[in-house]
Design a protein around this ligand. Structure first.
Ligand code: ZN
Length: 139
């Protein structure tokens, strides 16, 4: 069995961003040389997510509005977590609901997606360097 590991780094310009990372993950699959296997992609931080959905600008805005409705960033004092001196209580909750990781089948050397599926990095406490792990196993 072959195994491949790579970290993708991000430093988003805004507190919250939604980035289609499918091209980077496809590049990882090519680099790995693995034809049949599984590809895990996970956020390495507890205030960011990796998820799969449609790359449609209206939907990305809908996600952001929905998450801000559930866990608004402000008022900062609303979150007990922020008593630590942090201001990212909302980002932890947003990460929880959007998920930590995705697993995609690799078939014939390609990510085996359903219709319109794309892999996204969801950032909820950005403007600093953060990582995503890509791990691919197979043959
Ligand atoms: Zn925190």
């Amino acid at each position: 069995m072959k195994s491949y590991r790579k970290e993708l780094w991000f430093n988003t310009p805004h507190r919250r961003d939604y980035i289609n990372i499918t091209p980077q993950v496809e590049e990882c699959v090519r680099e790995s040389g693995i034809k049949e296997g599984l590809c895990l992609v996970n956020a390495m931080h507890i205030t960011a997510s990796v998820y799969i959905n449609d790359d449609e600008p209206g939907l990305l805005q809908d996600y952001d509005d929905w998450l801000e409705g559930l866990a608004p960033h402000e008022p900062i004092s609303h979150y007990r977590h922020n008593r630590t001196g942090e201001d990212n209580g909302d980002a932890h909750l947003k990460r929880q609901i959007m998920g930590r990781e995705v697993v995609v089948a690799v078939t014939d050397g390609r990510l085996d997606f359903g219709p319109w599926e794309q892999i996204f990095y969801g950032e909820f406490d950005g403007r600093r360097r953060k990582r995503v792990l890509v791990k691919i196993i197979g043959e």
